[in-house]
Design a protein around this ligand. Structure first.
Ligand SMILES: [Zn+2]
Ligand SMILES: [Zn+2]
Length: 395
């Protein structure tokens, strides 16, 4: 089979590798029909997270090719999607609804994933055949046929749609809320989309890449280009205008937003110089922007260590955080990876019933063999490369 191997910094290769096989009786083999490139893959690609020449990727959609003898609920030919975070379904964390922190699939740690050498060493999903461990717990069955009108909607269920939804859950986005999302990458866009599905009144998306901001706007969000002016100031002025100065009672103290979300993480580019990192400005902006009694969610990735970090604290996993502001405003802060299993059936049903169309953010569908070029262009945020789906069968 073919697979996308991370061979060095800024280098992936499509190689012929041995076929994936059933290893445990609880496995199935998935024949992959779509497999997406994620912003998280770029942290490895940039050499900012550890890699070991592994098969990359964690966002697959496909059909069951072969079924282990102990699998109950799946048959050859079933269309399935699996979450990025591999769960067992029976451990104390899985049974409490924390499938992203499974205790079984990466012994000695909490949480496993495809294509991350530091999360259980499971093979990545940018390939033709993928081994799915604990298949009854992980695979979600889907209607339709490969290549139908749902293909791109369903592949978003592997990671970014539930991850975006999880961000809105952490930030407790509700009807009538105001929401600011920093980052218009695929996860930021899915977060904006989820906030609107949950009935938020105004959703701002902050970025500096015109194509991404245009997609945010097409989803119904208000695009904020941080190159024009301080995004905090832009959003507060917008909110003040909507309030029509003194039309509301004493609400000027709440000219920020109720919910703030960091969908960028540790590799945030500096506001003043896009070629440099600045991991602190987004958190500082959120602290300024979020109203008293508001909520903040951190869904962008922060690795335990970042040896190439721009400041010494960051290199050991520390950030400068305006703690006093959070305390005095009474802000709740939520962190961490998606707990996929809480959301996947609900989000699937919204797609099937026509209430959600997450695949609309896909900008490119390319053959798997185009992965090296696709990684380079996606990493450069080039030419509208918003979300790339690879097709193992397209020549
Ligand atoms: Zn992903
Ligand atoms: Zn578990």
């Amino acid at each position: 089979m073919k697979g996308v191997i991370l061979t060095g910094t800024h280098e992936v290769q499509v190689r012929e590798i041995p076929d994936a096989e059933i290893q445990q009786s609880t496995d199935v083999l998935m024949r992959v029909t779509s497999t997406a490139i994620c912003g998280t893959d770029l942290h490895f690609y940039d050499g900012r997270m550890p890699y070991n020449g592994h098969l990359i990727g964690h966002e697959p959609l496909g059909v069951v090719e072969e079924v282990g003898s102990a699998v109950h609920s799946l048959r050859k030919g079933d269309r399935i999607v699996v979450p990025t975070h591999i769960c067992c379904g029976f451990c104390p964390n899985c049974t409490r609804g924390f499938s992203g922190s499974c205790l079984t699939t990466h012994p000695g740690a909490a949480g496993a994933a495809y294509g991350y050498p530091n999360q259980g060493d499971y093979a990545g999903a940018q390939t033709e055949l993928l081994r799915i461990p604990f298949a009854d717990a992980n695979a979600m069955k889907l209607p339709g046929e490969p290549g139908d009108g749902w293909e791109h909607d369903f592949v978003m269920l592997a990671d970014i749609f539930p991850t975006g939804y999880h961000a809105t859950e952490l930030a407790e986005v509700g009807r009538g809320d105001s929401v600011a999302i920093f980052g218009a990458g695929p996860v930021g866009l899915m977060t904006a989309y989820s906030a609107l599905l949950r009935g938020a009144a105004s959703v701002f998306v902050v970025d500096c890449i015109p194509e991404r901001l245009r997609v945010a706007e097409s989803l119904g969000a208000i695009p904020i280009d941080y190159r024009i002016e301080d995004p905090v100031k832009q959003i507060m002025e917008y909110r003040k205008k909507q309030r029509m100065d003194n039309a509301y009672r004493d609400e000027h103290v709440m000219d920020g937003v109720m919910c703030g979300i960091d969908a960028v993480g540790f590799q945030a580019r500096s506001r003043g110089d896009y070629s440099k990192d600045d991991p602190n400005w987004i958190i500082a902006s959120l602290a300024q922007l979020v109203n008293p009694t508001g909520r903040i969610a951190i869904i962008g990735v922060f690795p335990p260590k970042d040896p190439m970090g721009v400041d010494p604290a960051e290199q050991t996993g520390h950030l400068t955080v305006p703690w006093a502001t959070f305390f005095n405003k009474g802000i709740n802060v939520g962190f961490g990876r998606d707990q996929d299993k809480r959301y996947d059936i609900m989000l699937r049903n919204m797609i099937v019933e026509g209430r959600a169309k997450p695949g609309q953010i896909v900008s490119h569908r390319l053959p798997l063999t185009d992965a090296p070029d696709a990684f380079r262009r996606f990493n450069a945020r080039e030419n509208g490369y918003v979300k790339v789906v690879l097709d193992p069968f397209q020549k």
